[in-house]
Design a protein around this ligand. Structure first.
Ligand code: HEC
Length: 116
């Protein structure tokens, strides 16, 4: 009986931890695209996160969410930092999901017209 109880408690803790420590798991790429535009990320990084004169390339394959979050919150370079009061963790996780959803461009070798 006691073992079962302990097992259940452990299970409950594991479920709680998996919900609280991984905001990216519930992130939504469609909402992320909206947040990316609303918060002005596109102004420096381009609408597809492709980068440009003012900001680095963010997609395809953005950095891992943890590092992404730390950078955006604490940037002290040309990029302004975005504290939680301005951009929530949920919105930032959605932005990361949006950037992760952007497909890599095709290899030019697979495009016949470019290989004649
Ligand atoms: C005013 C222009 C500007 C805006 C607006 C901006 N960024 Fe940036 N961002 C930059 C620049 C410039 C860098 C490169 C900084 C460096 O490496 O020193 C950067 C770097 C980054 C990096 C690190 C990329 C890497 O590979 O090192 C991430 C992640 C990032 N930006 C995300 C965002 C997000 C998300 C938003 C919107 C919430 C945003 N940025 C808005 C200019 C901007």
């Amino acid at each position: 009986m006691e073992t079962t109880l302990r097992y259940l408690l452990l299970l409950a803790a594991a479920v709680l931890i998996s919900f609280t420590s991984r905001p990216a798991a519930a992130a939504d790429a469609v909402k992320g695209k909206i947040a990316f535009e609303k918060n002005g990320c596109w102004q420096c990084h381009g609408y597809e996160g492709q980068g440009g004169a003012a900001g680095k390339t963010l997609a395809p394959k953005p950095m891992a969410y943890e590092a992404f979050n730390v950078f955006v919150r604490n940037s002290n370079t040309q990029m302004p930092p975005y504290p939680k009061q301005i951009l929530s963790d949920a919105d930032l996780a959605d932005i990361h999901a949006y950037l992760s959803s952007i497909p890599a461009p095709k290899d030019y070798k697979t495009i016949p017209l470019l290989n004649q």
